[in-house]
Design a protein around this ligand. Structure first.
Ligand SMILES: *[C@@H]1O[C@H](CO)[C@@H](O)[C@H](O)[C@H]1NC(C)=O
Length: 226
């Protein structure tokens, strides 16, 4: 009897986790601000960066050089939907669907660059990119529909948030990053790089696969040059 009750408890506990993946008994990634080195980057390769400044609710990083394999611009009303579609193409790519039939190690983060579009449906344009591991950077295998982006030195203002990325949250997180930067020496540089479009041009970086539901970490990035 007791064992049966215990089983019942376990089953319902599991079900409650599955139906609400962010409410587990473990400490959730602290929301807002920046206080974590991405845990994923202890397991798989991530681009290295230097932390230039830590502010209230944000961090400024410098990436010296990074190479990305990127989708064509995707028109969508949903960042989540566009990222899923883009990631499927990139997943095929690393599984060997490329001109060299070469398998490529998984890396993090997967980034989605957001920019507004003139479409009639309030659509945005999204480019989804995979960070190319160092061993492949000199000669990333080409693939139909994908292109290489080589970034020179770039500064990034970063805000971290947890959970699964939802369309209803990203705008708010980007606005919070923008607010935390206001009045700092960085906001001038960011506005110079983005013109009047800071609030609609940003990047979402995701460090976990959709199947991980513990300690998920995402970031909003404003990239800029000094
Ligand atoms: C980036 O470049 C600077 C200047 O050359 C160097 O001091 C720094 O260590 C580099 N950082 C990384 C993460 O490679």
């Amino acid at each position: 009897m007791a064992a049966a009750l215990l089983n019942l408890f376990n089953v319902s506990f599991l079900l409650s986790l599955l139906s609400n993946p962010n409410s587990g008994p473990w400490p959730e990634t602290r929301l807002g601000g920046v206080d974590l080195f991405p845990a994923t980057c202890k397991r798989i390769e991530c681009p290295s960066y230097d932390v230039i400044h830590v502010g209230e609710g944000y961090e400024i990083r410098r990436y010296n050089s990074t190479v990305w394999m990127s989708t064509a611009p995707l028109q969508d009303i949903s960042l989540v939907g566009a990222t899923r579609n883009g990631f499927l193409q990139l997943f095929d790519y690393i599984q060997g669907k490329n001109s060299y039939k070469e398998e490529i190690e998984m890396t993090a983060p997967v980034i989605t660059e957001v920019s507004p579009s003139d479409g009639p449906l309030c659509e945005s344009t999204f480019v989804v990119s995979f960070y190319v591991p160092k061993v492949n950077q000199a000669d990333p295998p080409p693939a139909k529909g994908l292109h290489v982006q080589r970034w020179g030195p770039v500064y990034v203002a970063v805000r971290q948030f947890g959970g699964h990325v939802m369309d209803s949250d990203v705008g708010e997180e980007a606005a919070a990053l923008y607010a935390s930067l206001s009045g700092t020496v960085w906001s001038d540089a960011i506005e110079k790089s983005h013109g009047s479009e800071v609030s609609t041009h940003y990047t979402v970086a995701q460090y976990n696969s959709p199947f991980e539901f513990k300690n998920r970490l995402n970031e909003i990035w404003f990239t800029f040059h000094l």
